[in-house]
Design a protein around this ligand. Structure first.
Ligand SMILES: NC(=O)c1ccc[n+]([C@@H]2O[C@H](COP(=O)([O-])OP(=O)(O)OC[C@H]3O[C@@H](n4cnc5c(N)ncnc54)[C@H](OP(=O)(O)O)[C@@H]3O)[C@@H](O)[C@H]2O)c1
Length: 389
């Protein structure tokens, strides 16, 4: 409803309660009329305000309009398997003669993923979301799947991915969801994932680079890079390179990189203003978990901007997003202090239900020597991207 207010489409229901005995109904064409059960009469005008109204937009996804034997319109909600004479869009009515909204429709921090996607039919769209077994990634996967998209949950643990798939199927048994293994801490795993996805011959309309680690102790990946940097940024960078051709062929397509406001509190340049590679994948001595996270999130944004600059002419856009501060997902799990802070902040931050966001070079061979060469190439390509900005 907040969304409609922003759109200039007033939500009049809360202010205009019906007197007792009156009921609000809609015609097949979406016009609102009022039935008075005591006097057995109907009229177009609201009994109190005298305004005429109509419903705005399409029915929510999964709903259908039918007419009963008396010619009265009723609604079937196929997802929750129920029938009602109340038009679900009655919460979103506009005046018969509204002033055309002058601004684009916007949403605020209280808009839910389901509100944003309301009325959207995403059938035929194929989406990959990394780290979709928990937190924001899971909510995004669920919301997109419940609106008809075919969603691939790219997770480092297939068991956790399958569990997430079952949770979505539990909400709608016809949802098109599948879990696939993707460990961003392994370039080989990223490569396998891309190959397996390509072997399905599916298009790819939305790639959401969401997975991340936060505040983890220093460790090196099997590719010899600091984990936060590789998981949060480089793994995604590589994934996008490998799937770029599919994205282009599926245009219009988009990449969404989930970043964070915390990117503001860091630097990746040295004193002369040049990219300092040692800051990206620091040694144990120079590692500070929070800073490593911030840097990886800065890389996310720089990468997304440059990707958009390079690919938008080919019908593939890229956007980096900040999902909100200190949302109580699993991100704080690496240290009890973070868990405590996130718990304290929880009453004041967004809840998980509010989500959706709703954004060259070739790799050689797959031999055992490849990871080293590949890593070098990737880092070179990644730096080229980051220094373009
Ligand atoms: N929560 C916030 O307040 C907040 C604020 C700003 C930005 N963000 C961003 O929002 C995004 C989602 O975070 P979240 O809050 O939803 O956290 P989350 O619940 O911890 O989700 C992170 C996901 O990333 C996955 N992941 C971790 N390492 C991986 C790897 N090596 N390969 C593949 N997947 C891996 C995790 O899988 P496992 O379950 O297997 O570990 C998990 O599914 C992140 O990019 C984060 O930076 C969050």
């Amino acid at each position: 409803m907040a969304a409609l207010k922003y759109a200039g489409l007033e939500d009049t229901d809360s202010e205009e309660e019906l007197p007792p005995g009156w009921e609000e109904r809609t015609t097949k064409d979406g016009w609102v009329y009022y039935a008075n059960h005591l006097e057995e009469k109907t009229q177009w005008e609201h009994p109190k305000s005298g305004k005429r109204k109509r419903v705005a937009g399409d029915l929510p996804y999964g709903w259908e309009q039918e007419t009963d034997e008396n010619g009265q319109v009723y609604f079937v909600d196929h997802i929750n398997k129920r029938t009602t004479y109340l038009d679900p869009r009655l919460a979103f009515t506009v005046e018969d003669n509204p002033v055309k909204p002058t601004t684009r429709q916007k949403y605020d921090g209280n808009s839910t993923a389901m509100e944003i996607l309301q009325g959207r039919d995403l059938s035929g769209k194929v989406v990959i979301i990394t780290g979709a077994n928990s937190g924001i990634g899971f909510e995004t996967a669920k919301s997109l799947a419940l609106h008809g998209a075919c969603v691939i949950l790219a997770c480092r643990s297939l068991a956790r991915g399958e569990d997430a798939v079952q949770r979505i199927l539990g909400e709608w048994h016809k949802a098109k969801v599948e879990a696939m293994t993707l460990d961003l801490a392994s370039l080989q795993s990223v490569q396998h994932f891309a190959e397996e996805f390509k072997s399905k011959n599916l298009p790819l309309h939305i790639l959401i680079c969401n997975a991340a680690v936060f505040g983890v102790p220093w460790s090196l990946t099997e590719d010899g890079l600091e984990s936060t940097f590789q998981v949060n940024h480089l793994g995604h960078f590589y994934l996008v390179q490998l799937l770029e051709d599919v994205l282009r062929q599926s245009s219009p397509a988009r990449v969404v990189v989930v970043s964070s406001e915390s990117h503001r509190f860091t630097e990746i340049n040295d004193s002369s203003g040049k990219l300092d590679f040692s800051l990206l994948s620091p040694s144990k001595k120079e590692y500070w978990a929070m800073l490593a996270y911030n840097r990886s999130k800065l890389c996310n944004i720089l990468f997304s901007n440059e990707l958009n600059r390079r690919l938008s002419a080919h019908g593939v856009t890229s956007n980096a997003v900040h999902p909100g501060n200190m949302i109580y997902s699993s991100i704080h799990r690496s240290w009890w202090v973070y868990t405590l802070l996130f718990t304290l902040a929880r009453p004041f931050t967004k809840s998980m239900a509010l989500f959706v966001y709703l954004t060259e070079f070739t790799e050689e061979g797959g031999s055992s020597a490849a990871p080293v060469g590949l890593k070098g190439l990737l880092l070179y390509g990644c730096c080229r991207y980051l220094t373009y900005i």
